[in-house]
Design a protein around this ligand. Sequence first.
Ligand code: 6PG
Length: 250
Amino acid sequence: MRPEIRVVADAAELSRIGAAEFEQAALSAVQARGRFTVSLSGGSTPRGLYSQLARQGSKLPWDKMYFFWGDERHVSPDDKDSNYRMVRETLLSQAPIPPDHVFRMHAENTDAARVAEEYEHTLQQFFGLKAGELPRFDLVLLGLGPDGHTASLFPGSAALQERSRLVTANWVAKFGHYRLTLTAPVLNNAAEVMFLVSGEEKTAALQSVLYSDAPAEQFPAKLVAPRDGRLLWLVDRAALPAGPPISKGA
Ligand code: 6PG
């Protein structure tokens, strides 16, 4: 399925429209399958969307929604860099979400590989997977780094090659830290992936990911192409490449 690219005015509209898309995905999934499973993105862009969801909360079937993370920093849940902490502050503490519907990565464990194994087991148990089967999230939220990374799939990192594990501990040389991340096969098994991209610092990466033939090794967000699902890029004007998109052949 071809990616949909939807341009919005600014970060505030990105949050509003992102929340509306999130709500639509949740209501559709609950109607069709009785539950909604979502993999949340970290970083800063989605903060506004999570806060918007909490504000408009009454329309959402919170007791039928299940929250996972696409990636996590290798820190404790109270660390300022924790993606779990960011979501707890903006959404989990602001909405009637049953605590046992929240599945965070236990990244306080100093053994990053163990954290990945444990989260993979959590996914297998929740989704009732046999060995080799992939979870199918109703929605995966992703961001885009200025270097073209998404989740914690960073350029040149080992996780880009991972095709059998669901979750992996990915050594990110530029940080000198491990990151925990869902792998590309999991992202690409989703029913819907929504990228949220805001700000001029993302323009070059967006151009390379969407409009160039640069290799995915260099711009890992290029790996995301749901096999049987919707791919929506929600982009604000500041992040749009200035000139006309470079055609694929350029
Ligand atoms: C993380 C995210 C990461 C993020 C991008 C964009 O853990 O940081 O999962 O993939 O989405 O780095 O981050 P911003 O939204 O902060 O620009």
